[in-house]
Write a protein that binds this ligand. Structure first.
Ligand code: 48N
Length: 301
């Protein structure tokens, strides 16, 4: 059976400077694209990418880490407050963090109630097992959440970009306050010792939400940086696995850990020394939602 286009295969477009051009979605051997110059592709990307960098150099909220906690925070914040410029910085090329798989590379994702409400808000189907629900593949949750976040006009995601330091200002009482982030492309951040003077770019914001996780190449980034800056006394060091203790501890502990910086998700386990929960993601969702509420509290204070 041959693939045929649903609508009429040939269409005539009027392209500025090129007159009429025919395009045809014809899978029988004469598929025709509209003509393009290479420079048009590069300029289309440059214009948008560097415009984003320019516009987001001053943001309302910066979220560090696009894992399940960071994305749940971004969705909650940006959908409730379309007036806020929410900028997400993600070190990996692929956002999503650890939420593409369940435990031990198995694909189903377990979410304990009442965090299943968020799935209904996003429209993610699941199987109900009583005390918890199961999404058939973790990527179904993460891809749906990511698509909803990116569809919000006030959200900018800069992936393959690492937060390699925090901006810290002193307020008029002399108290130190996190006031933004220092970024570099991740490939640059990973190669600082091979070159000299690879200076960063900055993004200033009244609130930074740090959700950099507990493992991975730069896990618990802000926690470790707050310690070396002397803004936090020491690492809490995540405790062993205890699902029933871990998830409420992370959600209820989500807060502004130092002025200007709200911490959420598994990074908080490293900051507070709470337990880990393993492959159950309701705590990440609820922590992200709470982080959005905390960020608004800080902004409106
Ligand atoms: O998914 P993660 O690692 O972090 P969370 O807190 O969103 O979700 C944690 C969750 O996946 C678990 O660990 C589960 C529940 N298991 C628990 C357990 O007991 O094992 O996402 C963090 C994201 C990643 O995408 C990193 O690439 C990114 O943060 N990241 C950074 N992005 C920018 N700049 C940085 N310095 C940075 N550090 C990490």
């Amino acid at each position: 059976m041959s693939l045929t286009a649903v609508e009429a295969p040939a269409t005539t477009l009027k392209l500025v400077g090129k007159g009429d051009v025919d395009v045809a979605e014809d899978y029988e051997g004469s598929y025709r694209f509209a003509p393009i110059e290479e420079a048009q592709v590069t300029r289309a990307m440059i214009k948008r990418y560097f415009n984003t960098m320019y516009e987001r150099a001053v943001s309302d909220v910066v979220i560090v880490g696009a894992g399940s906690a960071g994305l749940s925070c971004a969705y909650t914040l940006a959908s409730r407050r379309p007036d806020l410029k929410v900028t997400i910085i993600e070190a990996s090329v692929a956002p999503g963090g650890g939420a593409w798989l369940g435990g031990q590379l198995m694909t189903a994702m377990v979410i304990r109630k009442p965090a299943d409400r968020f799935l209904r808000e996003l429209g993610v189907p699941y199987e109900d097992e009583g005390a918890f629900v199961v999404v058939k593949h973790a990527a179904l949750f993460t891809a749906t959440l990511l698509s909803k976040v990116l569809a919000l006009p006030n959200v900018a995601l800069m992936n393959a970009t690492t937060v390699e330091d925090l901006i810290v200002h002193h307020d008029f009482q002399g108290q130190q306050r996190v006031a933004g982030v220092v970024t570099n492309w991740t490939l640059v951040a990973l190669n600082h010792d091979t070159q000299s003077c690879m200076d960063p770019a900055t993004i200033t914001a009244p609130v930074v939400v740090s959700t950099t996780g507990h493992d991975g190449p730069s896990g618990a980034f802000s926690t470790k940086r707050l310690v070396t800056m002397g803004l936090t006394k020491g690492l809490g060091n995540m405790r062993g696995l205890d699902m029933n203790r871990a998830e409420p501890a992370i959600v209820n502990g989500t807060r502004e850990v130092v002025p200007g910086l709200v911490m959420a998700g598994m990074e908080l386990a490293e900051h507070d020394g709470s337990n880990r929960m393993g492959p159950t993601f309701g705590g990440m969702i609820a922590s992200g939602i709470k982080a959005a509420q905390e960020a608004l509290r800080v902004l409106d204070a």
